[in-house]
Design a protein around this ligand. Structure first.
Ligand code: THU
Length: 135
């Protein structure tokens, strides 16, 4: 793994261990890097009422926001059923939550166990609806 985000990816791999995914068995870990260097972890939390599942990315964001953080650099996400073998692209709801708190140059770092892919939020959610629309 040859990236400046190696340490962040390792945090996401550790975060994934906390996944509560009884139903899909798809375990996701996320690690959110703040401008001040702090990292907040999240894992997906599912529910017997399936639609109440919360993604790893949102768990990490809500934890950071609830601890007073407002400025973010990057998030790493890893996913897969038994092992990390898939690029876990953030869902639409998570992209929208990111857009509330992050600029377009916020980076999304995906790792599938072999390769790293890095996107900006602008690439994954262009032309988004934002607070600018509700002035
Ligand atoms: N999931 C995430 O936590 N993040 C993603 O980026 C994609 C999907 C979760 C939601 C659900 O618990 C499981 O993965 C399967 O959809």
């Amino acid at each position: 793994m040859n990236t400046k985000y190696e340490a962040l990816i390792k945090e996401a791999i550790c975060a994934r261990e906390m996944s509560y995914s009884l139903y899909s068995k798809y375990k996701v870990g996320a690690s959110l890097l703040c401008d001040n260097g702090k990292i907040y972890r999240g894992a997906n939390i599912e529910n017997s009422s399936y639609s109440e599942a919360v993604c790893a990315e949102r768990v990490a964001f809500l934890s950071a926001i609830n601890n007073g953080e407002r400025n973010f650099k990057a998030i790493s996400v890893v996913g897969g059923v038994s092992e990390i073998n898939d690029f876990a692209y953030p869902c639409g709801s998570c992209r929208q939550v990111m857009s509330e708190f992050c600029n377009g140059d916020f980076e999304i770092v995906l790792y599938n166990g072999k390769e790293v892919k890095i996107y900006t939020l602008n690439e994954l959610l262009p032309n988004s609806f934002s607070k600018e629309n509700i002035k």
